[in-house]
Design a protein around this ligand. Structure first.
Ligand code: SF4
Ligand code: SF4
Length: 306
């Protein structure tokens, strides 16, 4: 299927730096839980210097800001030539205004894992009582002038999918200038394997997700749906994260993401090159009955803002 062939951009040139080794939350859906281990800083810095990579995403199995040497890593990686930093965080540590301000000076984008604007849902999803701290962290980012650097990352699970439109309204009201709202369908791996009931069906989620995407678009926010097959995004395919990767000539699935599962519908589907497909772990939970082959040319899909 023809790819419009947009040039590769920053998305491919960014290295993931797994600097986290612990976490201050215990999310039920965590697919990369901390082990207490991580690669050393000297080796990481040396490799980045050798490869000349200038943009990194600070992440890992756990929460990067939960390590006491967070700013030491940034300083050392800067000395190794890194110029652009992105941080994956749950924002709890950003509830400290001084820590937040210092971070804003160093970080270009904050991807904040925030599973619910409802305290009771947040508590169940993260198995913590840190809702108010996370909200304060988000508010501090805004107060420090970083609202436009904020990407809200909302993992869709059985716990929160009914509230997706409400979350979209909440994000529109509180962070109207956020860079992005990313809805990612939960992956049944890591800690999530212990609680399979948190994996909803695509068909359950779809109406709520479509309404949330439309709400954010109407309110002028950029938004994407990740790890959601194109056949589940009827009329909203242009919001698909993987479709955008395909359009820009990138690999459809990010590095480190498990391959698509083999499925009869996908093998005869015209959308397959631009689709994330279903993961084997999803098929184990719910089967492939919801996947529908399409004759649509992915190049005919109108992309949404990203
Ligand atoms: S999902 Fe993120 S914030 Fe939650 S337990 Fe895992 S590493 Fe920590
Ligand atoms: S049938 Fe398969 S390839 Fe086609 S849109 Fe659905 S998941 Fe994607």
């Amino acid at each position: 299927m023809a790819n419009p062939g947009v040039k590769k951009k920053w998305i491919s040139e960014q290295a993931c730096v797994s600097m986290a080794r612990t976490c201050n939350l215990y999310c039920v859906y965590c697919h990369n839980p901390p082990t207490g281990e991580r690669r050393g800083l000297p080796e990481t810095a040396a490799e980045l210097k050798r490869t000349g990579i200038k943009a990194v995403s600070l992440e890992g199995g756990g929460e990067p800001t939960a390590s006491g040497d967070f700013f030491t890593w940034i300083k050392t990686l800067k000395a190794a030539g890194v110029r652009n930093f992105m941080l994956s965080t749950n924002a709890v540590a950003l509830s400290d205004p001084a820590f937040c301000k210092k971070s804003v000076k160093e970080i270009e984008y904050f991807t904040v894992n925030f599973p619910s604007h409802r305290p009771e849902v947040y508590a169940r999803a993260t198995r913590s009582v840190k809702f108010q701290l996370a909200v304060r962290g988000l508010a501090n980012l805004k107060a420090a002038g970083a609202e436009e650097k904020l990407r809200l990352f909302h993992i869709i699970s059985s716990l929160n999918y009914r509230f997706l439109p409400e979350f979209a309204l909440w994000a529109s009201r509180n962070f109207p200038r956020a860079a992005l709202v990313n809805f990612t369908f939960v992956r049944n791996k890591g800690r999530a394997l212990k609680t399979p009931a948190i994996i909803p069906r695509y068909s359950q989620v779809a109406p709520f997700l479509n309404m949330a995407l439309a709400t954010l678009k109407m309110n002028g926010l950029k938004t994407v749906a990740q790890n959601v097959p194109l056949c589940q995004l009827k009329g909203t395919e242009g919001f698909s994260f993987e479709f955008h990767r395909w359009r820009r000539g990138d690999k459809v699935l990010e590095g480190g993401v498990d391959a698509k599962a083999a499925c009869p519908a996908c093998s005869r589907c015209a959308l397959e090159p631009a689709c994330c497909g279903a993961r084997a772990d999803y098929l184990q939970a719910h089967g492939s009955g919801e996947l529908k082959a399409s004759k649509k040319d992915p190049a005919s899909i109108e992309p949404e803002r990203f």
